[in-house]
Design a protein around this ligand. Structure first.
Ligand code: PRX
Length: 693
């Protein structure tokens, strides 16, 4: 069975000069047939394509061409769909992307006065969406749920905004939010945005020490948290973690006067929560007393919206700073096109708001579009591996966005958990966080989506604010495992080790030429690190830290991080952070951490540790080391393997040869390469002997 969706597109002819990253596309006709191992391409069905926001490669290319040749015109037309108290100045975009010409600067819509909370809520309510459900909240327990319409959400946001204002939070002040996936999490983000405060959400899986590090860095006026949360069968006592973090921060000169605590009675009783009078306040005791309307703080497009800490290749997390106007326009637009969003959609992104995906595609992107969003509190496999599809059927979810690690873990649990649910409502699937391997892609496509739903494999980063390389589901034939083509306005380039752009079929380092509206503007308090990390490696470009290859048809294939960052279950973890946690154990002299392939998590954490002289290896010691990392960073960063190392392979100048460690970790012992330059080549044999001890 075939259709005439596409015969042959010579996209090169349609591409603007300088955007040679799409060589040509030879699409084959597959029609509505099932994807099989032999197929190169998977096409959207004719029915899907004909209703899509972008219906063909030609339409994409036309829009893309315009976005590159006339970015100011392209983006200001879209920006005009939002509410601006005052229009931006004469320049839509002002940038210096080249360190050789001075400091890096990115500005979009500067001089424009707006508010993202107003655009998410008030604007949509005025457009008639007041009674539409904004949030469907699904609790950890299957019989627990709740909803908020756009009007109800606005009221709750205003009450919290008024509380914050009343407690001295002003425009530009930081607020730390350490909450699980309760409705109160997006409410808190939007309340901060409404009054121009800068939120910094910390994923509620981070330890007290990590939270303290972030508190010390951004010095928040208020910390917002809850007493406890239940995830699966486990209860996590978040308030205890916050108490420890506040104590730690105070010892480092940053004191917190106000801690607003949402009482989550389903996880633990209020009276069981440790309390510091004067500092700690129950959310439910104060917030509902405030008025349900709150004047908006109008801010400049370039005023900060939020800070989100992420891992880099050194131990100290980086405070990625996003501003208001460009981020607003970019997240809304990427959401609309990459998921082919329609007003009738019910959208579920399984990410936590503690990560960038939850910022851009649980809260801002969808709500700017007036979407109905599922916020799920629990674990995706609780009470069993069918929970996701139970939720999909319950709410008639149409767009389901998740991470490859979850796809692989559900795939391992077997098709039965999926097929016992209808899933008929689904029409678009999405993937994010790490490369999706073709077999997981096909399972997601064939089993979850019944070979009916295109998959948007969205490549992007905390730093990019929104999608950078992604299929537009109605436009492109897909290749399982490829993130396909750039979003509007994005010019990805692949460079070699000398920073020279490579054309055509190639592999190299993924960079971006020119800014896009959603780009981060700086690292909080450290513009120099911003320039060094992202703009100096390959002068003239933004360097993503990822490797990428481009095939003969111009499709992009992400190959993973090329720096000292590991991607575990889609969570970014710096090897240096794990190493510094390990060496904080009094018996650990040195540690070197590498990523190793892991069937479910994508990458696992493999730690080589050298103990101080005389220490005996033991199972107990191994557990202590793992616990040290859990305590210092969080459970998600716990090493999968501790490899005892009497010594580490080092060059004569003392540099650890991680290449060799990676090969030992993955047991590719015949690929160790040249070890003769090591200060002590014997170390390698010792490590191999101890590999399975
Ligand atoms: O290596 C890439 C990988 O995740 C990194 C960004 O991590 P983070 O800032 O935590 O943001 C995750 C959610 C956007 C990237 O440098 N990555 C993310 N999405 C993909 C991906 N790798 C391949 N394919 C993707 N779709």
């Amino acid at each position: 069975k075939t259709n005439n969706f596409l015969r042959h597109v010579e996209s090169m002819k349609l591409m603007p000069s300088g955007a040679g990253h799409i060589s040509h596309l030879n699409a084959v006709i597959l029609g509505d047939s099932l994807a099989t191992e032999e197929d190169d391409f998977v096409l959207p069905s004719h029915d899907f394509a004909s209703q899509a926001n972008v219906q063909s490669p030609e339409q994409y290319l036309k829009m893309y061409k315009r976005s590159i040749e006339d970015p100011a015109g392209f983006w200001s037309e879209i920006a005009a769909e939002f509410y601006w108290k005052q229009k931006w100045g004469h320049k839509v975009c002002d940038e210096n992307f080249d360190v050789r010409k001075g400091n890096i600067k990115i500005e979009w819509f500067k001089g424009g006065i707006t508010n993202i909370c107003y655009n998410c809520l008030d604007r949509n309510i005025e457009a008639g969406l007041g009674d539409k459900v904004a949030i469907y909240w699904e609790g950890n327990e299957p019989d627990l749920d709740g909803t908020l319409t756009y009007i109800q959400l606005l009221h709750q946001v205003c009450q919290l905004a008024n509380y914050l204002k009343d407690n001295g939070v002003k425009k530009g002040d930081a607020v730390i939010i350490y909450l699980p996936m309760l409705m109160e999490l997006p409410i808190a983000m939007l309340a901060c945005a409404r009054i121009g405060a800068v939120h910094s959400v910390v994923f509620a899986g981070f330890s007290a020490e990590s939270l303290a590090q972030r508190i010390i860095d951004c010095k928040p006026k208020v910390v917002i948290t809850c007493n406890a949360v239940k995830r699966g069968l486990k209860v996590l006592y978040l308030k205890d973690i916050v108490d420890a973090a506040i104590k730690d921060s105070a010892q480092n000169g940053v004191s917190i006067d106000k801690c607003l605590v949402y009482g989550n009675s389903l996880a633990t009783k209020r009276e069981d929560t440790k309390w510091k009078d004067g500092r700690d306040i129950w959310w439910q005791d104060v917030v509902p007393q405030y008025p349900t309307s709150c004047l908006v703080e109008w801010v400049d497009a370039e005023d900060p919206l939020f800070l989100l800490y992420t891992s880099g290749s050194t131990g100290k997390p980086k405070g990625v700073l996003h501003t208001t106007g460009g981020y607003m326009v970019y997240t809304a637009t990427t959401f609309k096109y990459a998921f082919d969003y329609k007003q009738s959609d019910i959208y579920w992104c399984t990410a936590d708001c503690g990560w960038i995906t939850g910022h851009s595609y649980v809260t801002y992107g969808p709500m700017l579009n007036g979407a109905s969003v599922i916020v799920y509190e629990g674990a995706p496999n609780y009470p069993d591996a069918g929970r996701c599809w139970d939720i999909v059927d319950k709410y008639k979810v149409t767009i389901f966005y998740t991470a490859p690690t979850l796809v692989r873990s559900l795939m391992r649990d077997g098709d039965d958990f999926v097929t016992r649910y209808s899933r008929k409502s689904l029409r678009v699937l999405g993937s994010v966080g790490e490369p999706i391997n073709p077999s997981a892609w096909r399972w997601f496509y064939n089993v979850v989506g019944d070979s009916r739903c295109p998959i948007s494999d969205t490549w992007w980063q905390t730093e990019t604010g929104g999608f950078m390389i992604t299929p537009l589901p109605g436009a492109w034939p897909q290749k399982p495992g490829s993130a396909t083509f750039p979003f509007f306005g994005v010019q990805p380039v692949i460079v070699d080790e000398n920073g020279v752009e490579i054309e055509g079929e190639c592999s190299g380092y993924l960079c971006v030429k020119k800014s896009w509206p959603g780009a981060f503007r700086t690292l909080y308090g450290d513009h120099e690190r911003y320039e060094t990390t992202y703009f100096k490696a390959f002068a003239g470009y933004y360097f993503s830290g990822d490797g990428c290859s481009r095939d003969k048809d111009g499709y992009h294939w992400l190959t993973g991080r090329v720096d000292d960052v590991i991607n575990v279950s889609g969570h970014r973890i710096g090897t240096a952070e794990v190493e510094s946690a390990l060496v904080s154990h009094p018996k650990c002299a040195e540690a070197a951490v590498v990523g190793v392939e892991h069937a479910v998590k994508g990458q696992g954490i493999y730690a080589f540790v050298t103990m101080v002289d005389g220490v005996q290896y033991s199972e107990e010691l191994r557990k202590e080391l793992v616990l040290t990392v859990r305590k210092q960073i969080g459970a998600f960063a716990a090493p999968d393997k501790i490899h005892w190392a009497p010594g580490l392979p080092k060059t004569r100048s003392g540099k650890i040869m991680r290449r060799i460690l990676r090969k030992i970790a993955s047991r590719q012992l015949d690929e160790l390469g040249d070890t003769s330059t090591l200060a002590d080549p014997n170390v390698v044999n010792q490590l191999i002997e101890l590999a399975d001890s």
